[in-house]
Design a protein around this ligand. Structure first.
Ligand SMILES: [Zn+2]
Length: 297
């Protein structure tokens, strides 16, 4: 039994709590989604914001091959010289890829990540009024020349866009020497339970291992077709690197991207899957088809 004074106190506490909380208050759920488009191109929904990552959007009829360009002597296997890139079409109409995007994110300015024209401009198919984030001031210059009206850099300290913090991470784009500067992007938001790290075009290396230990991402996207060129060596991850990621992040969801689209690859979805089976990692790594989407709680 409670006495009258205790009852009044309890009732008062209840009323104060009821007044403080709106009648239908609930925590707005933000659920991460990742849709594989083609190569490194992804649609990412994060913190309620729609991102288009590495938008390389040309069709095969607009494609190119190593046989035509300045990198002819770089190709490891002559059979790769005549292969037109992209090796497949977008899995959906271009208008669907672009619709509702709040910002474009570019990990690095290479022709298998962003449309590049012979006149030095870039991103022909994109809406120039949509904010674009790039890795450095040099790329900011290219994008401004190309007509983008709102170009920013994502930085090592992190920049915030509509409540989502985008942090630049180090990427080593080659086992011999880096094929130019490259970056990864780490996503976090108070509205998301999980964090996402898109590692970008990088091999597994000490710097990436250190970042993995610091950031402890919940979901990681790796570029894993083991593309190679003579001067730079292997440019992105192979199955051994994917194993290193799985061991370093035993609880993370691991997604292998950048598959079956470029001529200088040495792993396909099929051979990567077989290699991961030999390493007892097939169940640890998702290898999405183009157009496939994952939803996260
Ligand atoms: Zn690439």
């Amino acid at each position: 039994m409670i006495n009258r004074k205790e009852f009044i106190l309890q009732a008062g506490t209840f009323c104060a709590a009821a007044l403080a909380a709106p009648a239908f208050a609930f925590h707005e759920e933000k659920k991460m989604k990742i849709k594989q488009i083609r190569n490194a191109t992804l649609r990412v929904t994060f913190g309620g914001v729609e991102f288009l990552v590495d938008p390389w959007l040309i069709s095969r009829s607009e494609g190119f091959s190593f046989g035509q360009g300045p990198f002819t002597a770089e190709v490891v296997d002559p059979a790769q010289l005549g292969i037109v890139m992209p090796m497949c079409e977008l899995p959906m109409p271009l208008s669907n890829v672009l619709s509702g995007v709040d910002a474009y994110l570019l990990t690095h300015l290479h022709p298998d990540h962003f449309d590049m024209a012979p006149d030095g401009t870039a991103g022909e198919k994109l809406d120039k009024s949509v904010p674009l984030f790039v890795q450095n001031e040099c790329e900011v210059g290219v994008m401004k020349k190309s007509g983008f009206e709102n170009v920013r850099t994502f930085t090592d300290d992190g920049v915030t866009f509509k409540g989502v913090t985008l942090k630049r991470t180090f990427a080593r784009h080659g086992t011999k020497e880096p094929c130019g500067p490259a970056s990864g992007i780490f996503f976090s938001s108070p509205g998301e339970k999980k964090t996402l790290w898109i590692l970008g075009d990088t091999i597994w290396c000490d710097e990436v291992a250190k970042t993995m230990a610091e950031l402890k991402p919940d979901v990681v996207v790796l570029n894993a077709c083991a593309a190679q060129l003579k001067t730079y060596g292997r440019l992105i991850m192979n199955d051994a690197d994917v194993e290193s990621v799985c061991r370093a992040a035993p609880n993370a969801v691991v997604i292998a991207s950048h598959m079956d689209t470029v001529a200088h690859a040495s792993l396909t979805r099929e051979t990567l899957k077989a290699a991961l089976e030999r390493r007892n990692l097939a169940s640890r790594v998702l290898i999405p088809d183009d157009g496939e989407e994952y939803d996260f709680e």
